[in-house]
Write a protein of this length. Sequence first.
Length: 126
Amino acid sequence: FELNGNPLLEENHPILHQEICTGKEAPFLDNLTIQIQETQVFKNDNNLVYPNPGSGPFYLNKELVEKIPTKINVWNTSGNLKKSIRVQSVTHEPLHLDLTELPAGMYWLEILFANYNPVKIAVFKW
């Protein structure tokens, strides 16, 4: 077993131990913590944002709007924030999202909620 200079695998790292089983060193993990986030399940994931692909005016469907979004960030595939929209008021109708000023391409919508985990959805603008 080689550590290869990886700082996460240093010999005295708290989760890495050596155990003598067969005369060879064998790593094993101790006190491993796994974080599980609540997953949001929607009835129809394909239509959360429509039309997709589209030319720029997009809509968040009613099921998404009912979770009361507070902010929508639009990221390009390079990880640059292109637009941030604060949602002022919410009705139970689809929410209009105007991306007409952005060039054609793929974008990630990061939808933030007051009481739910964020949702990320890929949209394709032509």
